[in-house]
Ligand binder design. Sequence first.
Ligand code: NAP
Ligand code: MG
Length: 487
Amino acid sequence: MTYRMYLDGQFLEAGNNQTRAIYNPAQGEVMAQVPEATVADVEKAIAAARREFDEGEWPNLAPARRGRILLKIAEAIRSRAEELARLETMNMGKPLSESRGDIADAADSFEYYGGLANKITGEVNPISGRALDFTLKEPVGVCGQIIPWNFPLMMAAWKIAPALAAGCTVILKPAEQTPLTALKLAEILDSIAELPKGVVNIITGDGPTVGAALVKSHDIDKIAFTGSTEVGKWILKTAAETNLKKVTLELGGKSPNIFFADADFEMAIAGAVFGIFYNQGEVCSAGSRILVEKSIHQKLVEAMAERAKQIRMGDGLDSNTKMGPLVTAEHRARVESYVRIGKEGGAKLVCGGNRPGGSLSRGFYIEPTIFDNVDFNSRLAQEEVFGPVVAIIPFENEKEAIRLANHTQYGLAAGVWTKDFTKAMQLVKKIRAGIVWVNHYHPAPMEAPWGGYKQSGIGRELGKYGIENYLQTKQVYINLNQKPVRW
Ligand code: NAP
Ligand code: MG
């Protein structure tokens, strides 16, 4: 199957006809070819988005009309949800049930921002003097959007929907490994007659070529990025060195999932296992550091290991599968390097760490892996593995739990498990992270802000916060004094 990218309303091959092989990680086989865009292709896409922003109707369309177009996109995604979910699973590896959740979330994102489009308001500023002063909220302009491979369509929707609602135009670059559902989204966008051509462009290719061309462009007003902290830092620096384009970053994490002895143990175990092994652990907010109170440490390790060994691995299309393969062979090698780092660093490997054999040996699988008694300063406790590998660290008391939780460069998420409300609220206030879940892990509701403290990012996505990334504020001052200025 050969796909084409979406540039100025046309489905095109790369300018030099180069393609990239796209894999099904469950089978370890090539499933599709996509264009490998050149810098010239990116420039064409930027020119189209620039034209549509500067001269086109999109930014000036009545917000309610933009909103209705987003609602149509949401419905079109829903009408093709099963096809999109299957494609997501085949390309990315995650279980089909999880892909279905992602596709529903993508549709919800267009619906949420469709509804928000005509509720964006400025305000009147209470200045002194004979004048009227108010603010206009205007679209920030042409947006380059760069996304990772772990939630391909959902990340595309989180980026495109608020940008469109605000009146911006877009060039989206999916991750090189997982562009297929974004290219299906291009078909959906193309089928919506009221969406002008060139408002959304979806360009496939690699980060250092296509992504970097967006970041370095003087014709782009904003970059929205989700991915690693390392690339995020480069983007911020490069944006500053070119045209000081606005930048928002959603980056990595090493999130603590904290278990007190007074937690409901059944809920806690389920939350610990789900927190790390959901989506194969390839989640920016994965609960990859388990902090556990000493008195239940042993019990929790044993119960987690028992559950981990029961996790059914397999092709995500198989309805019995709980955990799919990792996204690529290269990524699995990276995750395996952390298994070695853990062993060499003296942590105790409780279970996992190997590739499953038999019928799974062709795919990019790795077993759910638990390390216990991990030194809180070690690489395994500090660096993002981005796979099904968890580091367990015991603590004595609440104070130590807070200290360990915050002992990281990251600050994306945290979980707290206790029945003691006061204790929970104390942790909520002390933990430096963009979200704290109490007696739960992972929900990211569309209506609420998502983003990181510290090196986990800049800015917030989702909810009414998410649209701010795509707006800028203009002040209007109207003199009501009909006399020449006194000077
Ligand atoms: P990555 O290497 O940072 O890639 C993310 C995206 O950036 C990809 O599209 C990539 O292109 C592109 N890119 C790479 N180098 C670039 C450059 N020089 N200029 C412009 N774009 C460039 O991260 P990843 O390996 O895909 O994803 C894993 C990371 O993302 C983890 O660290 C994870 O924590 C983070 N993440 C964070 C969140 C969040 O919400 N905070 C969500 C998901 C993932 P390629 O296609 O060539 O790779
Ligand atoms: Mg990459």
